[in-house]
Design a binder for this molecule. Structure first.
Ligand code: SAH
Length: 347
């Protein structure tokens, strides 16, 4: 039975799914979910290209940022945690870039938080000395530096739509031909809203619980988390759910489990949750501003001097990572820290 058939049967028996339940099934179903079976991140035939896959400079600069923040923590023994490491390229580049930082690697336990079995295998080829956990709450306590690139956009969202007769939850049900389709719940008992008709609001329950786990960790021991993702700093009121297959947008209902399903990350919500939990919040700022402030242009120049034949490619990579028409503006960076630490680099 395909995932599509399983979902149709489930909906027939139990009624429509929330968008979050649908997204969760498409991404994480143990037999047919995208991440369980066919995550396709690097290389020309990939479904999407992330920053560390686009350029080694990305992971290198994040590595040097981590070295700076490890010093700010007072150089303790620490968990160097990555959430959703994909093929492990970012951490590999970060480790290589910091091998001359005295004492850092001895102090670090690299912990990769990953649920996908095929990606774990790929990570293990690049990062032999790492440890793996399925959830951040399973990582042993203590000081930490946490990096999450394009991780929060996978966390399932619920969607609410403002129609003439009030707010409705968007649901996934069946049309007359018994095919998967979007629909709306009956009007919800929600308060009157100043929003325009047609506004869509999104909430990501999984994001909220992961931020909560991070908050507890950062209150128990000093540490920081650096979150990089595409998203918004104030809600746009639009539907941001998208399905990508081989770099092309496809219909999210078309082939459940075969495309990568994501939503834009609500950075305002992350900042609000962290602030309410008394963490220090820096950013969000754009990825372009962050990488320039960490010196990506100087890094590219140094690499070009060492290897002039790479100069053109490096220039294209800087453009891709930092320019507003590419990843530079849509992608944002936010840092959450334990209280009473000096400000982090780059903000
Ligand atoms: N950070 C990588 C990969 C991004 S893709 C990069 O920038 O290239 C998203 C990653 O998060 C994948 O490794 C995926 O398997 C993992 N992932 C998605 N949801 C997860 C969850 N709930 N818990 C742990 N890992 C998850």
């Amino acid at each position: 039975m395909s995932l599509s058939e399983k979902l149709i049967e489930h909906i027939r028996d139990n009624g429509p799914l929330t968008v979050a339940e649908y997204m969760g099934a498409c991404l994480y179903d143990p037999e047919d979910g995208y991440y369980a079976t066919r995550p396709n991140i690097g290389g020309a035939s990939a479904d999407f290209l992330t920053a560390p896959e686009a350029s080694q400079m990305f992971g290198e600069l994040i590595g040097l940022w981590c070295a700076h923040e490890w010093e700010a923590l007072g150089k303790p023994a620490f968990n160097w945690i990555e959430l959703g490491p994909g093929r492990g390229v970012l951490m590999e580049d970060a480790i290589r870039a910091t091998k001359r930082i005295e004492g850092m690697h001895e102090a670090a336990t690299v912990v990769l938080v990953e649920t996908s079995a095929p990606l774990k295998d790929e990570q293990a080829e690049r990062l032999r000395d790492a440890e793996w956990e399925a959830r951040i709450e399973d990582v042993s306590p203590g000081p930490c530096l946490i990096v999450a690139n394009e991780f929060f956009d996978c966390l399932p969202i619920r969607q609410f739509f403002l129609g003439e007769d009030g707010w409705h939850e968007k649901l996934v049900g069946l049309d007359e031909a018994q095919k998967l389709t979007f629909g709306l719940s009956a009007p919800l008992p929600a308060p009157d809203s100043e929003d325009e008709l047609g506004t869509v609001r999104e909430i990501a329950p999984g994001l909220e619980s992961i931020i909560y786990d991070i908050e507890r960790r950062l209150h128990d021991a000093p540490g920081r988390v650096l979150i990089i993702d595409y998203g918004y700093t104030k809600p746009e009121g639009a539907d941001t759910l998208q399905a990508l297959k081989r770099h092309k947008k496809v219909d999210p209902m078309e082939t459940p489990g075969e495309a990568d399903l994501t939503a834009h990350v609500d950075f305002a919500r992350i900042a609000q949750l962290a602030d309410a939990a008394n963490l220090d919040v820096h950013g969000p700022i754009t990825q372009g501003a962050f990488l320039r402030s960490l010196g990506i242009e100087f890094r590219a120049e140094a690499l070009s001097r060492a290897n002039p034949s790479h100069a053109e490619r490096l220039k294209r990579e800087v453009h891709r990572l930092t320019h507003a028409d590419e990843m530079g503006a849509l992608f944002k960076v936010i840092c959450l820290s334990s209280p009473n630490l000096p400000p982090p680099a780059g903000f």
